[in-house]
Design a protein around this ligand. Structure first.
Ligand code: ATP
Ligand code: MG
Length: 262
């Protein structure tokens, strides 16, 4: 069981304060506050529709927040001014801050018309301006790390779901992010393929990557996460060290959810 890695006084890698988001009249996030320390692994759990994906998407500006503030590695990305208006930092700065987070989705989102290698070198070359040779060297290293060197020149359609997801993880890592966001990375996979993806994620955690993982995998939450955060109906209701959370989530709704999941 890992211990919490929060270091007193250190700048959090993710700091969300009072984040609000509405779609029309539906308030999907009702003031979410969460802080993730460098090297910390947080499992974000909760019922369907509670706002987990929306919250994750707000952290790298796939959604725009309506209230509160978000900072990544101490750099403010959006904040709410005195008049209650939410303001983002200017675009170039925003892009730079968002580039510090890598995201892995449930459905992989690989480019189907590109080979595995091409999937990995595209963004480093186009976005970071990395020379092709250096991008390939970086990609090969990452493919070795996720155990897919032999699939380097295959197209995604030729891979299993677990392999696709490991390529998606490698592709996110190719941008050398400081924080990895995962949105149910294994829930589209058959059980026998889930294990290989969770192993890759565990290795990342062992390498002290900062990770915020939306998951229904209670085993992963218990064994790999330092902290478990529970969301329900747009609110973050509990966030505790994993061991404590599983012993006593400290909240009736969280307890009911756990009873249902375990
Ligand atoms: N683009 C959108 N437009 C309108 N409503 C949306 C949009 N995206 C999400 N919602 C709504 O916001 C709420 C939260 O959705 P979200 O996808 O964040 O939940 P979730 O906790 O990730 O659920 P799940 O576990 O099923 O993935 C839901 O009621 C959903 O219907
Ligand atoms: Mg979701």
């Amino acid at each position: 069981m890992p211990s919490s890695t929060s270091e007193g006084g250190a700048v959090p890698m993710i700091e969300a304060l009072g984040v609000k988001k509405r779609f029309g009249s539906h308030e999907v996030l009702r003031g979410i506050s969460l802080s993730v320390a460098r090297g910390e692994v947080v499992a974000l759990i909760g019922p369907s529709g509670s706002g987990k994906s929306t919250f994750l998407r707000c952290l790298n500006h796939l959604e725009t927040i309506d209230g509160g503030s978000v900072s990544i590695a101490g750099e403010p990305m959006a904040r709410t001014d005195e008049s209650g208006r939410c303001v983002y930092v200017p675009d170039p700065q925003l892009r730079r801050i968002c580039a510090r987070t890598g995201m892995v989705f449930q459905h992989f989102n690989l480019f189907p018309h590109l080979t595995v290698l091409q999937n990995l070198i595209e963004a480093p070359m186009v976005v970071q301006g990395l020379p092709r040779d250096a991008a390939i060297a970086r990609a090969d290293e990452l493919l070795a790390k996720v155990g897919l060197t032999q699939k380097r020149d295959n197209y995604p359609a030729r891979l299993s779901g677990g392999q696709k997801q490991r390529v998606a993880i490698a592709r996110a890592l190719a941008m050398q992010p400081d924080v990895m966001l995962f949105d149910e990375p294994t829930s589209a996979l058959d059980p026998e393929l889930t294990g290989e993806v969770l192993r890759t994620m565990r290795e990342l955690a062992d390498g002290r990557m900062t990770m915020l993982v939306v998951t229904h995998e209670m085993g992963f939450a218990r064994e790999v996460a330092h902290t478990v955060a529970f969301m329900d109906q747009g609110e973050l209701i509990a966030a505790r060290p994993a061991r404590e959370f599983f012993a006593d989530p400290g909240n009736a709704r969280a307890q009911a959810f756990l009873n249902h999941m375990l």
